[in-house]
Design a protein around this ligand. Structure first.
Ligand code: ATR
Length: 274
């Protein structure tokens, strides 16, 4: 019988994870099944325990359950601990559950390895101070960047997040109006503003000449923030598709010990050839 994996979230019907993992499995010759589970807000923990009790090998966890998965895990990786969130659950040999978080490494790998962004000496702006921002903070601060500013519509949340991460690297926090007169080499959007069709209100001129923009959201059409960057002359204005595939590749590696190549799968999802 094949090992079984799944993504659990709510909603989950739109999730591309089954497609991505099926492509990884084909490419690497791994024998596995990967499904989707509609998470029950009342009984998420019970669903997870049942999945593993019935022989499941691993789960991806998506919105809105990442914090609950972090609480449920018997042990977590340092990056999941910093994120306070888990997107990958792994069943250990003794049956305990280990939680990890591959979102941040997915973002960094997409920017650095796939797109060629060199973080060394760069000033980076991270927009948002919710779960998505917290999830990528530690890997971002480990890139060798010069300074990371976390800016949020509700300023105290950015200040708190920066203060609680100050041991991890050079980071500070402010409100969106605190960005006036500052310039960034890379602006990463980790807000949910795009879901409502908008972008955070940023001062004009905050993107440095030759700077990049990156939206952690992904949609079939360019997102509002991708358009925002392109309209301001970003050298590259990217959406989160590459991050989605990279975080999946890291989960796959954690489960199977094999690292799939991501480029053909990104091309497949973009509608190109694989
Ligand atoms: P997630 O898990 O996706 O991060 P979240 O924890 O609810 O979701 O956080 C949403 C983030 O998007 C917050 O930083 C939020 O800013 P506030 O803390 O001020 O609410 C940000 N956000 C949502 N809509 C926004 C908008 N229209 N403009 C700017 N920021 C927005």
């Amino acid at each position: 019988m094949s090992d079984t994996y799944a993504v659990i979230g709510n909603p989950v019907a739109h999730s591309k994870s089954p497609l991505i993992h099926a492509a990884f499995a084909r490419q690497t010759g791994q024998d596995l099944e990967y499904g989707r589970i509609l998470g029950d807000p009342e009984g998420f923990e019970e669903q997870v325990r049942r999945f593993f009790a019935e022989g499941g090998s691993g789960l991806n966890v998506t919105l809105p359950f990442k914090e609950r998965a972090w609480r449920l895990a018997d042990e977590v990786s340092p990056r999941a601990e910093s994120a306070g969130a888990v997107n990958t659950l792994i069943r250990l040999a003794d049956g305990r559950l280990r939680g990890d978080n591959t979102d941040g490494v997915g973002l960094v790998r997409d920017l650095a390895a796939n797109q060629g962004f060199d973080f060394a000496g760069k000033t980076v702006l991270l927009l948002g101070a919710g779960g998505a921002a917290r999830g990528v903070l530690r890997p971002l601060l480990e890139t060798g960047l010069e300074h990371l500013v976390i800016a949020n519509r509700t300023a105290p949340k950015a200040l708190d997040l920066a203060a609680s991460s100050s041991g991890l690297g050079p980071v500070s926090g402010c409100g969106l109006d605190g960005l006036a007169g500052k310039r960034f080499d890379l602006i990463v959007n980790a807000t949910s503003a795009g879901l409502a069709g908008s972008v955070p209100r940023l001062p004009e001129g905050c993107l440095a000449l030759g700077g990049w923009t990156y939206d952690m959201l992904y949609a079939d059409a360019p997102t509002p923030f991708v358009r925002w960057g392109a309209e301001r002359g970003a050298a590259k204005s990217l959406d989160g598709l590459g991050m989605l595939v990279e975080q999946a590749a890291d989960s796959f590696f954690l489960w199977r010990g094999v690292r799939p190549s991501t480029a053909p799968v990104i091309a497949l999802l973009r509608g190109g050839s694989s």
